[in-house]
Each structure stands twice: as structure tokens, then as C-alpha cells.
Unconditional design. Structure first.
Length: 71
């Protein structure tokens, strides 16, 4: 990835957000987010395609149900 490329990040383990790479300093990438701000992330937290990002969203585990829930 290089400056000016589009990438995707996962926010809150559930939301895929497109970002634009503004700058690179070592292993940290400064990315512009759609709301107008910027965020600095490691390369490992960024994905080149939306489908690749979707594969890394954790799957929800079934919630524990108490025996009292069935009464």
C-alpha cells in the first residue's frame, strides 16, 4: 500500500470503514476517515478489499441462557 490508496479498516469488531492513506511513517499509516478526521494504524489492521476485511470480523458466539429463561 502506498500514499493515496484506498483501504478498509474494522471498527468496534463489526463495522467496515473505507479510509484513504494520507501518509506512511515506518510501520504506521496515517489514514483519513470519512467523517473528516484521521487515525494512525499499523499495516496489520488495514485490508485492501472490503471482502478481505469482512473475513476478519469475529463471529458472535451464542449467548448463555439460564435454565430460568425457559420458564
Amino acid at each position: 500500500m502506498k500514499k493515496g490508496d484506498k483501504a478498509y479498516i474494522i471498527e468496534n469488531n463489526r463495522i467496515i470503514t473505507p479510509v484513504t492513506i494520507i501518509g506512511i511513517h515506518g510501520d504506521l499509516y496515517t489514514c483519513g476517515i470519512p467523517s473528516g478526521g484521521a487515525i494512525r494504524l499499523k499495516r496489520s489492521r488495514m485490508y485492501e478489499t472490503e471482502d478481505e476485511a469482512r473475513k476478519h470480523i469475529p463471529v458472535e458466539k451464542p449467548k448463555y441462557r439460564s435454565p430460568y429463561d425457559y420458564m
